[in-house]
Structures are given as C-alpha cells and as structure tokens.
Design a protein around this ligand. Structure first.
Ligand code: SF4
Length: 298
C-alpha cells in the first residue's frame, strides 16, 4: 500500500478506497483526526466461501489472497466472507494499532475482543481505552476470566509463579473460547517474523480447537512494516515499546528484551513456554488438578 503523505493524524483516500470519513476525537497524548470509513476495495472477492469447512475455506482463501494487501484481505473477510461473523482478537500490545486501524477503516463496528486477564500492565489498559476511542471502534468487548475459575484455581493471583500453562488456561484460553463461540472466524496479529514457532504461519488457517477459521492478515509483515504503517498513519505506540518491550503480555510474564534478541524473548523468559495457549491449533490441553503442576499438554 502506498505511503500516506498527509498529516499524520489524517488518513487520506487511497486507490480504490472511498473518501467517506468519521471523526476521531482527541485523547490524552494523542491528536484528533479522521479515519476513512467504509472503504470499497475493487479487488476484493465478492463471492463468500463461508459454507465451506474452516479447513477448506483456509485453503481457498490462501490461494485467493496470496498476493492481497492486508487491508484488502481484511475487507473481504469482514464485509463479504464472514460478515457479522468475525471478530478481531487484540492484545492492544506493541503492534496492535495496525489491525485496529485497518478495521476502523473498513467497518468500525467489527467486534474487538480484548483479553483482560487481570494481570496486564496499567499502561496497556490506558492505551486500550485511548486507542479504541481515538479510532472510533464501537464494539470493544473486554473478555475476563470466569470468577469461579479464579476463586477455585487462583484465589490469590499467584498461579503464574508455579504453573504458567494453567494460569494462561483460565485467564486466556477458556475466556477466549467462550467469547469466540458466536463467530465463524477470528483475526489475529501474529507474524512469521515473531520467532521460529511462527515461521510457517499462513494467512488463513483452521483453528481446530475452536472449529473456526483463523485469519492472520499480517503473517508476512516484519517490524519495519509495522513501524512504517504506524508512522504513515500517525498511530501512537504502546508506551512500553520505548522502554524495551517489543512484545507485551501480562506484567508478571513479560520482561524487557535486549538488542539482538527475538522480539518475543521477554515473554515467559527462561521457560520453554512460547505461546499462551490460545494459538495451539489442533493440540489438546488436558486439565488436571492445578496444584502440583499436573496441568499438561500431551
Ligand atoms: S501470561 Fe502469565 S499472568 Fe498472564 S495468564 Fe499467562 S501465566 Fe498468567
């Protein structure tokens, strides 16, 4: 996509995108502006493939969108393939502003699911409120752990010290699974460049755990592309990025990253764990008694 030559807080019309706009209010530390609303991408496929299984749909859409720009792919998913049946799952982390901005341009009523684990940095909560307000997102849903799960398995909030898999399961995996139940597809911000475990990531994949299609529009993006997009569109960075956090999760499980390290090296540092569990496609988590570390993934 061409760079945006306009002032940072104003999103210009681009080829194939309408100039209809909605206003973005000013927030603390951010400037007011506008986002082009309801763009129309001439190249977006118009024939929905939704009746196919998630597995078949992923194969078809990977071929259809092999050369699509991320925003074109997203437009097709949100307005055609899965209209009223897709949600963006966002951590409001270091790179999240890119996809949030794209869906604000396409359809700002798209549901955004934010996993509020109860363990996030205070800076993330402030960033979430301000960025969502600035972009005019109208369907932000805070997804929280079940109080009964917390009372039963993590009453004092220290489970993460002994068993991060179990903690992620009750604070992320289970709440997200419940929240995704009404949808046919969900959108993530995962990228191949985020580490070896994501090197083979495709644009579309089957989420066998939830029986859904998973959409990764930024699979082929790297850090430079993210920074370029955010700069071109005047998107504010997460405040912790400047303090050495290129990947931001829960406060107890995220450390700063040194120069030359993998961007996700600060997540569960010194543990074999690389993912929180919401992206273990096709693998089953077996829930056992949480005491004694018996929670395991076969
Ligand atoms: S990242 Fe850490 S604190 Fe957050 S849910 Fe997982 S184990 Fe718990």
């Amino acid at each position: 996509m061409a760079s945006d030559p306009a002032p940072a807080s104003v999103i210009p019309a681009q080829a194939g995108i309408s100039t209809d706009r909605h206003e973005i209010p000013a927030c603390a530390g951010m400037t007011a502006g506008t986002v082009a609303a309801r763009p129309a991408f001439a190249s977006a496929p118009q024939t929905p493939f939704r009746r196919l299984s998630p597995h078949a749909n992923a194969q078809v859409l990977n071929r259809v969108h092999a050369a699509s720009e991320a925003v074109v792919l997203l437009d097709d998913v949100i307005r055609h393939q899965y209209r009223d049946g897709v949600a963006l799952v966002s951590s409001f982390g270091a790179d999240s502003a890119v996809l949030l901005h794209m869906i604000a341009r396409i359809e700002r009523t798209t549901p955004v699911l934010f996993l509020e684990t109860g363990m996030l940095f205070a800076e993330t909560l402030v960033y979430q409120r301000e960025l969502a307000s600035r972009l005019g997102l109208t369907d932000l849903r805070l997804i929280r752990p079940d109080p009964d799960d917390l009372a039963g398995d993590d009453p004092d909030g220290t489970l993460h010290r002994d068993n991060t898999d179990a903690c992620c399961f009750i604070r992320k995996t289970l709440p997200l699974r419940r929240a995704l139940a009404p949808y046919g597809a969900w959108i993530t911000g995962r990228k191949r460049a985020q580490g070896a475990s994501r090197a083979g990531l495709e644009l579309f994949e089957e989420d066998r755990e939830n029986g859904l299609l998973k959409v990764n529009p930024l699979a082929h993006w790297d850090g430079a592309m993210v920074r370029g997009y955010m700069a071109a569109h005047g998107l504010p960075p997460h405040p912790l990025v400047a303090r050495g956090f290129p990947s931001i999760g829960c406060a107890p499980c995220t450390t700063q990253v040194r120069a030359g390290e993998d961007p996700r090296a600060g997540r569960w540092r010194d543990q074999a764990k690389e993912e929180c569990g919401i992206h273990f496609d096709g693998e089953k988590w077996v829930r056992g008694p949480l005491s004694g570390g018996s929670f395991e993934r076969p």
